[in-house]
Design a protein around this ligand. Sequence first.
Ligand code: AHR
Length: 339
Amino acid sequence: MASLNTQSRGYARKQQIRPLAGSLLALAIGFGIATAHADDALPKLASKTPLKVGFAQTESNNPWRLAETKSFKDIAAKCGWQLVMTDANSSNSKQVSDIQNMIAQHVDLLVFPPREEKPLAPVVLQAKKAGIPVILVDRNVDQSVAKAGRDYITFIGSDFIDQGHRAADWLVKATGGKAKIIELEGTTGASAANDRKKGFDEIIAKNPGMTIIASQSGDFARDKGRQVMETLLQAHPDVTAVYAHNDEMALGAIAAIKAAGKQPGKDIQIVTIDGTKGGMDAIAAGELGASVQSSPFFGPLACDVAQRYAKGEKIPTWVKVSDKFYDKSNVQQNMQDGY
Ligand code: AHR
């Protein structure tokens, strides 16, 4: 409650000085000065039904993305949301223009997973300027441009660095601390790829018997992962382990390893992140060693955060999602988690 009062008072004060702020703003624009943070109050959110909510998806080319989209469709009616949905087909510029269209339509709330950290940050500021509150889910934006709690309500998502740590810890144990590793990175510039790499590489650097012999992007996609793995296998036939930033690329790598006449899970240990049904089946089949869960089910969490924000509750700048871990010891009893 205290935070609501502080926020409301700040907002009221800013409303009173708006004529002055307006002329300063015009002056700043004239001199080309960055004006994004001229008004620091976050836009308010009305408690009304229906609430027009824009959900701008990045792409729909894998089970994880489909599960994420479905979780928003499933919660919409229960949450009193009228959803406006788009799919950027793996294009940053399309995701930006999708969001700009939603701003032009005056949606009440924007929720989206920014495909990449930098290209999607300015549109968060544009939404704020238009008075539309934003919740980021799954991936984050560049905090030096747009900051949680100042420019958007919050980031709801996993700790990707920790996911990288957990994947590396498993691999160190599974290989007895000796491995030549190929790393299949996610989409270049995505917070999920940046942080999963950071976390994994940190642990590997502390283990002198473990070397990352190649690291290349497979864009979080199965077929791209397969193609990259095929090429890297030829250049590095001595590879003994693979770290893929998601299950889909790991499944692509498994196909490439088999095509090269090697046995995934025996000749080459594989660790990954997501916990999709395909990933869990591969663990059960002994081809994939382990997968750190990364939940795509943000719909209910976003609904809860939006309702609490509309009531004036203080929302933390990071609503952290905690993730499970699947390997052969527990995959069978957790199969219901797969999607
Ligand atoms: O940002 C989360 C990642 O994006 C998931 O691990 C991946 O499967 C998805 O495309």
